[in-house]
Design a protein around this ligand. Structure first.
Ligand code: HEM
Length: 206
C-alpha cells in the first residue's frame, strides 16, 4: 500500500514536473547558462582582463567542459529524482557547444585567422589535435540534436549521440596535456567526475 502511494506520488510529480515549484524554468536556465559569458563580456568591456586571450580561452574551455558534464548528469539524476530533467538536456548541450565555439574563436583570433598556422598547430601539437577532434564531434552532435534530426536518424541517433563519452575523454586529455604544472589537479578532478558518470551509465545499462 505504502509503495503504491509512493509510486503514484512519483507519477504525479513527474506529470506536474518542476513547473509548480519554479515557473519560467527554461528562460531561467537560459540566463543561468549565459551568465559566465555575460560576466566575461563585462570584464572584457570594462578592461578588467590583463591577458584577454588566456583569460577568455581558459574559462570558455572550462565552461564548455562543465556543461558537457552537466548534460551527462541529467540521465542519472532523472533516474533518481521524482521529476524529469530531460527537457533541459538539449539546452545545456547547446550551451556547451556555444562556449566551445567562443573558446575556438579566441584561439583563431590569437592565430590571426591564418588557416595554415592553425593546420600546422592541429598537426603538430597533440593537445590541439585532440581538442580539434572533440570540437568536430561536438559540432556533429549539436547539428543532429534538433527534433527533425532525431526523427530522421531514428535508432541511429542514440548510437551517434553515444559519441558524447568519447568527446568527454578527448576534452579531458586535451585539458591534461596543456597544463603547465604537474601539481595542477584540475583535469584529474574533471576526469574523476567523467569516470563516475561513465560508470553510472555502464552499470545502469546492465
Ligand atoms: C579546435 C578546437 C580547440 C582548440 C584549438 C583549443 C585550444 C585551446 C587552447 C589554446 C587552450 C589554452 C592552452 C594554454 O593555456 O596554453 C585550451 C585549453 C582548454 N580547452 Fe581547448 N581547444 C579546443 C577545443 C576544446 C573543446 C571542444 C573543449 C571543451 C568542450 C575545450 C576545453 C578546454 C579546457 C577545459 C582547457 C583548459 C582551461 C584551463 O586551463 O583552465 N577545448 N584549449
Amino acid at each position: 500500500m505504502k509503495s503504491r502511494i509512493y509510486t503514484q506520488g512519483l507519477i504525479w510529480l513527474r506529470i506536474f514536473n518542476l513547473h509548480m515549484v519554479i515557473p519560467w524554468q527554461k528562460p531561467l536556465l537560459f540566463i543561468l547558462l549565459l551568465t559566465p559569458f555575460l560576466l566575461l563580456l563585462s570584464d572584457a568591456l570594462l578592461g578588467n582582463l590583463i591577458d584577454p586571450i588566456e583569460e577568455i580561452t581558459n574559462p570558455t574551455g572550462q565552461w564548455a567542459l562543465r556543461f558537457l558534464l552537466l548534460s551527462l548528469l541529467i540521465t542519472p539524476l532523472n533516474k533518481i529524482l521524482p521529476f524529469s530533467l530531460i527537457k533541459y538536456r538539449r539546452m545545456i548541450s547547446v550551451f556547451s557547444f556555444f562556449y566551445a565555439c567562443l573558446h575556438l574563436s579566441i584561439y583563431l583570433i590569437d592565430q590571426n585567422f591564418e588557416l595554415q598556422l592553425v593546420l600546422v598547430d592541429v598537426m603538430k601539437r597533440p593537445y590541439i589535435t585532440v581538442g580539434f577532434s572533440a570540437f568536430i564531434l561536438l559540432f556533429l552532435l549539436t547539428i543532429t540534436s534538433t527534433n527533425k534530426m532525431v526523427r530522421c536518424l531514428g535508432g541511429r541517433w542514440k548510437k551517434l549521440h553515444r559519441l558524447i563519452y568519447l568527446i568527454i575523454i578527448l576534452v579531458i586529455v586535451h585539458f591534461y596535456w596543456q597544463v603547465k604544472s604537474s601539481t595542477d589537479i584540475e583535469p584529474m578532478i574533471y576526469g574523476l567526475i567523467a569516470l563516475l558518470l561513465l560508470g553510472f551509465r555502464i552499470n545502469w545499462k546492465r
